[in-house]
Design a protein around this ligand. Structure first.
Ligand code: SAH
Length: 224
């Protein structure tokens, strides 16, 4: 026999099995959109979780990342991405880069992604990962995302991955007509709701999707 097949390599078999269970868990929790599932199959969450938590990367749970932040639960990433209904022509803003995982998935689906975080360190590490996996249509920047990104606006889609008490005005303003924004709203540490905002010809339409729990949207830049 020549070469090594997956059957002969227990570590590779184990990893393949964990990735299969990962996708199965996403489906069973309501992530059914084929494009979203394909993107989540292509982007390896294992690259975005570091240190002692890396081996739990394929479990459906949020995990700690640097700067006291968290990488979101994969099924929540899938449901939010699905609700955003991204098309291949879309320019997307993500507020809350964190690990960069969600932005990488958006970059698989849209034309251009801008993602901002208030921590320089998270932006640097996510940018390194985007380069490493060859994603060229996503740019991470250090900024207070509650002001949006006026220079790149308007956006077809906006995804906020930190909870505000209300949808920030500048983000509503930077959404194109026909655009969609998905964000958690509510008091930090209390129950928050995931909201889908659609900008119509005559104003904004709000739809409440499900209860969620995110870190708070904090004003100003972080210290790291
Ligand atoms: N989407 C991330 C997880 C985000 S955790 C992922 O896929 O891993 C929420 C992130 O929002 C944190 O990194 C936090 O620093 C960031 N954040 C909080 N308030 C912010 C603000 N005002 N502007 C930009 N980023 C903010």
């Amino acid at each position: 026999m020549t070469g090594t097949t997956e059957e002969e390599d227990p570590a590779a078999t184990d990893l393949a099995e964990r990735k299969m269970r990962f996708l199965f868990a996403l489906r069973s929790r309501g992530v059914t959109d084929a494009r979203v599932l394909n993107a989540m199959e292509r982007i390896d969450r294992g690259l975005f979780v570091k240190g002692i938590f890396a081996e739990r990367a394929y479990e459906d749970m949020p995990l700690p990342i640097a700067c006291g932040q968290t990488i979101s639960q994969p099924s929540v990433v899938g449901l939010m991405t699905q609700a955003l209904n991204v098309s291949a022509r879309d320019t997307i803003l993500e507020v809350g880069t964190g690990s960069g995982y969600q932005a990488a998935i958006l970059a698989e689906l849209g034309r251009r992604v801008y993602t901002v975080d208030r921590y320089r360190r998270l932006v640097r590490e996510a940018s390194d990962l985007f380069r490493q996996i060859g994603l060229t249509n996503v740019t991470a920047m250090t900024a207070d995302g509650s002001h949006g990104l006026p220079e790149q606006a308007p956006f077809d889609r906006i995804l906020v991955t930190a909870a505000a008490e209300d949808p920030p005005g500048p983000l509503l303003h930077q959404l194109k007509p026909g655009g969609i924004m998905v964000l958690p709203v509510g008091q930090s540490d209390a129950v928050q709701s995931l909201i889908k905002v659609t900008r119509g010809a005559n104003g904004f339409d709000y739809e409440e999707l499900r209860p969620v729990r995110f870190v708070p949207l904090v004003e100003g830049l972080g210290s790291e």
